[in-house]
Ligand binder design. Structure first.
Ligand code: GLC
Ligand code: CA
Length: 554
């Protein structure tokens, strides 16, 4: 079915790092309002706002203490209402982050819950007795260590799949569910346009809470007991029926892992659960022995296999989200691009992604080619995930040396994505007049919005054109995907087919040059490229990191 959220391009804003309007060093809602015209010029259709709710900010707002209030450093509910109105006036929709697998430990529900075993809110969270003065089971937190925290008030443990300040809600409890749906309707009634749903496939846990076997280390990831659990589809259908279905909105679920069959269940049109999903197989492609902390070089054949599996898998049923970057990923230009070919590789990566079938996401700064940050010390780090992983891998397990871990942090830490947006070449990249909460990347003098707006050949203007093309051409949205040259180590080539048109998309992930025989595409029109080719001949000469999208009428 054709719908607006398939035809849109979504821009993710990480409010803390976008634009600071009052000089306290922290981005805020007023700052976003001031930059709406910039986003309008880029041409995006929808903003996804990372959490702006009241929060002690242990995990930058993914730990919520009040779902119906704005965090004081971001502004007020009035500012939010103004942002929504101003965005809508410009034809931009606004999607909120929905973080309901867990709350902050400062949420009133949790403050009540921990007070006593018979507190009315006790059952809002997952409490278990210890086993011989140890955690109830061997489950490992995503942020390292046990996923159980002992609470001496009642001599029991609570579950936290993320930090110990993010207790997991008990979705088995109907009151929890109804409170969440009520809160969602409150936001939907305000007129927001949908939700990005944080780790939404983890709501339903296998209720036996048994150890993960075989146990090869002290704590084990409990995915098989907490991901895509027994009641997950029931909960999402209920959420849809009780909240979402009454509004014309979109949803995107962050699904930490799942099969194609499960993805179809989450996003199939007749399932009435989610509009689309984020999967992470392609961003895990370069994980090494210690996961993202010891990355291995990109294997393009493997990357193509993964993306193609998802393209083919959801071709007829379900819908993909297309992304390289978000607030949890390092910068794609540093990761899969080549800084010696900055402009070209940034444009090539954008082309690869934006011509796939699905809804593309741009993460703030990606459209100007922002890069990873050169961390030299832990003082520059802000992310709780890094501190926990450092403690675990360097201090406790001695699996990595300090130097190895710093290398991992430079390559993969989430803070790479969280450095301030680079607006211009003035102080702090124009992000703030105060002290930024996290360092600005020193390359802001050459990589910034101001400079790119002046340059017609900039990465910004390339993204702008990609977005325009998508708005003009149904083939980019609805065309059927087919992979060519699957075993080519450097080139990612695919076609899209729709009615009497065919697109050929060629992307060079290397500094090698290639000649490619165009065959049926030899009379085609060049839609967009980072290369200058006046005329298409029988043979296309592909330059280093070159990208070419060719249109052929059949
Ligand atoms: C998601 C968010 C991430 C957060 C985690 C816990 O993965 O994207 O930023 O730390 O959930 O809420
Ligand atoms: Ca501020």
């Amino acid at each position: 079915m054709k719908t607006w959220w398939k035809e849109s391009v979504i821009y993710q804003i990480y409010p803390k790092s976008f634009y600071d309007s009052n000089g306290d060093g922290i981005g805020d809602l007023k700052g976003i309002i001031l930059k709406l015209d910039y986003l309008k010029e880029l041409g995006i259709d929808i903003i996804w706002l990372s959490p702006v709710y009241a929060s002690p900010q242990v995990d930058n707002g993914y730990d919520i203490s009040d779902y119906q209030a704005i965090s004081k450093e971001y502004g007020t509910m009035e500012d939010f209402d103004c942002l929504l109105k101003e965005a809508h006036q410009r034809g931009i929709k606004v999607v909120m982050d929905l973080v309901v697998n867990h709350t902050s430990n400062q949420h009133p529900w949790f403050i009540e819950s921990r007070k006593s075993k018979d507190n009315p809110y006790r059952d809002y969270y997952i409490w278990k007795e210890g086993k011989n003065h140890q955690a109830p089971n061997n489950w490992e937190s995503v942020f390292s260590g046990s996923s159980w925290q002992y609470d001496k008030q009642t001599d029991m443990y609570y579950l936290h799949l993320y930090s110990d300040k993010q207790p997991d809600l008990n979705w088995e409890n109907e009151d929890v569910r109804n409170d969440i749906y009520k809160m969602m309707r409150w936001w939907l009634d305000k007129g927001i346009d949908g939700f990005r749903m944080d780790v939404i496939n983890k709501l339903s846990k296998v209720q036996t809470f048994q150890d993960v076997f075989p146990q090869t280390k002290k704590y084990m990831r409990p995915s098989k007991y907490v991901s895509n659990g027994p009641r997950i589809h029931e909960f999402l259908k209920e959420m849809n029926q009780k909240a979402l279905s009454h509004y014309d909105v979109m949803t995107v679920g962050e699904i930490t892992s799942c099969t194609i069959e499960q993805a179809k269940q989450y996003t199939g049109e007749n399932e009435h659960e989610l509009s689309m999903l984020f999967q992470f197989e392609h961003t895990d492609v370069d994980a090494g022995p210690y996961g993202k902390w010891t990355p291995v070089p990109l294997d393009l054949v493997k990357l193509k296999k993964i993306l193609t599996k998802w393209q083919y898998g959801l071709q007829e049923e379900g819908w993909n989200s297309l992304f390289w970057d978000n607030h949890d990923q390092p910068r794609v230009l540093s990761r899969f691009g080549n800084l010696d070919y900055m402009q070209d590789s940034a444009k090539m990566l954008a082309t690869t992604l934006h011509f796939l079938k699905g809804t593309p996401y741009i993460y703030q700064g990606e459209e100007i080619g922002m890069t990873n940050y050169p961390f030299t010390s832990l003082d520059e780090v802000r992310d709780v995930e890094v501190f926990n992983a450092y403690q675990d891998l360097v201090k406790d397990k001695k699996a990595l040396t300090h130097e190895q871990m710093m290398k991992g942090i430079c390559a993969s830490s989430r803070d790479n994505a969280r450095t301030p947006m680079q607006w211009n070449n003035e102080n702090n990249a124009g992000f703030t007049t105060g002290n930024p909460w996290i360092n600005v990347n020193p390359n802001y003098k050459t990589i910034n919005v101001h400079q790119q707006l002046l340059d017609p050949n900039s990465i910004f203007h390339y993204y702008q054109k990609l977005i325009q093309l998508r708005h003009q051409m149904p083939i980019i949205v609805y065309g059927t995907y087919e992979l060519l040259e699957e075993n080519h180590p450097d080139l990612y080539i695919y076609t899209r087919t729709y009615q009497d048109e065919k697109l050929l998309v060629i992307n060079n992930f290397s500094s090698h040059e290639y000649d490619y025989e165009l065959k049926e595409f030899r009379y085609s029109q060049l839609l967009i490229s980072n290369d200058q080719c006046d005329k298409i001949h029988d043979i296309l000469h592909i330059k280093p990191y070159g990208c070419y999208a060719l249109l052929q009428k059949m």
